[in-house]
Write a protein that binds this ligand. Structure first.
Ligand code: NAP
Ligand code: MG
Length: 505
């Protein structure tokens, strides 16, 4: 490497006290050398707890070269060896559970409940991916030509770029890395800058501990605005697995398409939660509160707005206020906190601005709308669970993905109106419908243009074998099960002419 310094360590460990100030390329940890560094902040305390190197475009090139080299021999390995590596990573998730949970709490402001949920979801997809090596099956087809036979085979795509966000940093990175490796690909991760350890470096360390060949998984921390184009548009990339905002995703997709890589895109959402007058109200409120306030609303599949039938509107608003005011909010280093800090100041200010704008537009602030003080922190990032009533679907907090602990509640007078408002967004990721009448709910679910619709449950659901992804501006492709297996592989047709053909020349 042009700017290489001595590898900083060979003994990997996974705690917050470990030295994370390194890039991981070709099986070696490289300190920052003469590169700049990026501070990594604990959003609860707002203290810098580590720093990481700001990788360069040269580093990205080195990472791709390593991934390409490693991939060629990795793809030759039998399915048993590839499954074994992924199974070993799965076992390490248990062995290092306490460290990984501490990293998630510290780096991403995740409550204990959310950290547990995230690690469990990650376990699920790693376990699923361990079955991929023996599921890369093909097909034999008859030919319309006499004496010919067709073989349809699956091959690894090659090198997969993984560009994750900061909200479920570990799971959303691993859900691409594990399937990629299992199906015989090399990987280059450009982690999210707010969470470079949990969305990248810690994953590299797990694969290192598991005995992955050098170069198979590489991590180059660095700002998307500086090295992102090189990552997404690299001549050696075959699949760009991006999870993040629609705005950045559109740009990333252009880089990928320009180099003719496949863009696997999981983008933003604006989840509608439809609550009909025949719903079980207690259930709808508990679920609705969880779907809104879990991880401070920083979930792509959160409920972004509640579309509630006018007959139960007042009761629903009162119930949601009661829930919001009950939820313990504060530093996630307190085990009791359920709502923790917003990831950074910019995101927090945007949420508070959205609430303020919505009130100016005529909505009623029922509760919340401010920050929660945290001991020893000057300017807390914890936002109060907030409920807004008398909201129109086109008010700021309803029509934008607010990504905060905010419940804008919009009254609706019919199923048709609920459907129309649910679909009045460029997004189509997740949605939910509450009703006592399954057929009625299913009709609405069918009519909502979203990749995932949940009946009588809130939308924060992700299972390793069920297709996860969005319609409209929420993305391209699907994660999990055979859906991601297909995206990480190429289909190849081989024909065999068994008997000589008669050609006219
Ligand atoms: P983001 O700002 O779009 O960033 C996502 C990733 O893209 C980060 O790693 C970022 O790096 C990187 N990036 C930025 N500019 C880039 C460029 N020019 N080229 C390549 N990469 C670039 O999203 P976020 O703020 O992290 O996450 C929140 C968004 O993600 C929300 O919209 C949410 O709905 C969406 N999301 C979707 C899903 C899903 O499954 N559909 C899941 C979770 C989140 P830096 O950190 O260095 O900027
Ligand atoms: Mg962002």
């Amino acid at each position: 490497m042009s700017k290489q310094t001595q590898p900083t360590r060979s003994e990997p460990e996974l705690s917050t006290a470990a030295d994370w100030n390194a890039l991981y390329i070709d099986g070696k940890w490289h300190g920052p050398g003469d590169r700049g560094t990026l501070d990594v902040t604990d959003p609860s305390t707002r203290e810098v707890w580590t720093e990481v190197p700001a990788g360069t475009e040269d580093d990205v090139d080195e990472a791709y070269a390593a991934a390409k080299r490693a991939q060629e021999s990795w793809a030759e390995k039998g399915p048993d060896r590839r499954a074994e590596l992924v199974q070993t990573v799965l076992a390490l998730l248990d062995e290092y559970e306490a460290d990984l949970l501490e990293l998630l709490v510290t780096e991403s402001g995740s409550s204990q409940i959310k950290s547990d949920l995230e690690l469990d979801t990650a376990r699920g997809i790693v376990g699923e991916a361990a079955s991929f090596p023996t599921r890369m099956s093909g097909d034999i087809r008859e030919s319309v030509m006499e004496g010919k036979e067709h073989l349809v085979k699956r091959e690894p795509a090659g090198v997969v770029a993984v560009i994750p966000p900061w909200n479920f940093p570990f799971h959303l990175s691993v859900r691409a890395v594990a399937p990629a490796v299992a199906t015989g690909n090399g990987v280059v991760i450009k982690p999210a800058t707010d969470t470079p350890v949990t969305s990248g470096l810690a994953i590299a360390r797990l694969f290192e501990l598991a005995g992955a060949p050098p170069g198979l998984v590489n991590v180059v921390p660095g700002k998307g605005s500086e090295i992102g184009d090189r990552v997404a548009g690299h001549p050696d990339v075959d699949v760009v697995a991006f999870t993040g905002s629609t705005e950045v995703g559109r740009h990333v997709a252009k880089q990928a398409v320009d180099t003719l890589a496949f863009p696997a895109l999981e983008l933003g959402g604006n989840g509608p939660n439809v609550v009909l007058e025949d719903a079980d109200l207690d259930n709808a409120l508990s679920a609705g509160a969880f779907g809104t306030f879990a991880h401070q609303g920083q979930v792509c599949i959160s409920i972004n707005r509640h579309l509630v039938h006018e007959d139960i509107y007042d009761e629903y608003v009162a119930g949601m206020v009661e829930k919001a005011e009950m939820i313990p909010a504060g530093s996630v280093h307190e085990a009791s906190s359920i709502v923790g800090p917003i990831i950074n100041e910019g995101q927090r200010d945007q949420i508070l601005d959205y609430v303020e704008d919505t009130v100016e537009q005529g909505a009623t602030l029922e509760t919340g709308g401010d920050t929660v003080p945290v001991d020893g922190v000057d300017d807390s990032l914890v936002v109060e669970p907030t409920v807004l009533s008398d909201v129109d679907n086109d008010m700021t907090a309803a029509c934008n993905e607010h990504f905060g602990p905010v419940a804008p509640i919009v009254p609706v007078s019919s199923d048709e109106e609920a459907i129309e408002l649910a679909n009045a967004t460029e997004y189509g990721l997740a949605a939910s419908v509450f009703s006592g009448d399954r057929n009625r709910a299913e009709d609405i679910a069918d009519a909502i243009d979203a990749g995932m619709v949940h009946i009588n449950d809130q939308p924060i659901n992700d299972e390793p074998h069920v297709p996860f992804g969005g319609m409209k501006a929420s993305g391209l492709g699907r994660y999990n099960g055979e859906y991601i297996l297909e995206e990480m592989t190429e289909t190849k047709w081989i024909s065999v002419q068994r008997e000589q053909r008669n050609y006219p020349m």
